[in-house]
Design a protein around this ligand. Structure first.
Ligand code: ZN
Length: 161
């Protein structure tokens, strides 16, 4: 069957940046399973997969606007170190959840200098052009339960208790 709205699609993929560095890959693991047409994956990749079938291979180049968005320098902020009470060894690379205007935001510490800490709320892949090598592993109809939850159950998807 062809990939269309409300299909469960399993893909193997390798994601590289423009420099050829591998950022992510499903190689050696379960394929990624997603519910097509619901925004489970980035828009540029979802569009490219429409109409494909199991066994199809494709190379997809996704610009930031169709991927994780452009970097927003307003999401880079300096905050006082006392905001991190209880964190004894604050280091660049540490991740936290901060309270943003629209709910919790994941931020990464990029610099610690004296009493000031620089945090970046951009997605790690914001502003990055994404180069995917994709192989469609399986296409099937979604179950009613999957449709009502808006995500895939089972291998490569969500597991509920
Ligand atoms: Zn569910």
């Amino acid at each position: 069957m062809q990939i269309a709205e409300r299909c469960v699609v399993s893909i193997h993929y390798t994601l590289k940046d423009d420099g050829g560095e591998v950022l992510d890959s499903s190689a050696g693991g379960e394929p990624l399973a997603y519910l097509h047409g619901t925004g489970n994956i980035i828009p540029g990749l979802e569009k490219a997969l429409a109409g494909k079938r199991a066994g199809d291979k494709l190379s997809v180049r996704v610009e930031p606007a169709e991927g994780y968005g452009e970097r927003d320098e307003r999401l880079v902020q300096q905050v006082p170190r006392r905001m991190f009470q209880g964190v004894s060894d604050l280091q660049p690379g540490m991740r936290f959840h901060a309270q943003g205007d629209h709910g919790p935001v994941a931020v990464i510490v990029t610099r610690v200098a004296g009493d000031m800490v620089t945090v970046d709320g951009n997605h790690a892949l914001a502003g990055v052009t994404l180069n995917f090598e994709v192989e469609v592993a399986q296409v099937r109809d979604a179950t009613l339960e999957e449709l009502s939850h808006g995500h895939v159950h089972g291998p490569g998807g969500h597991h509920h208790e």
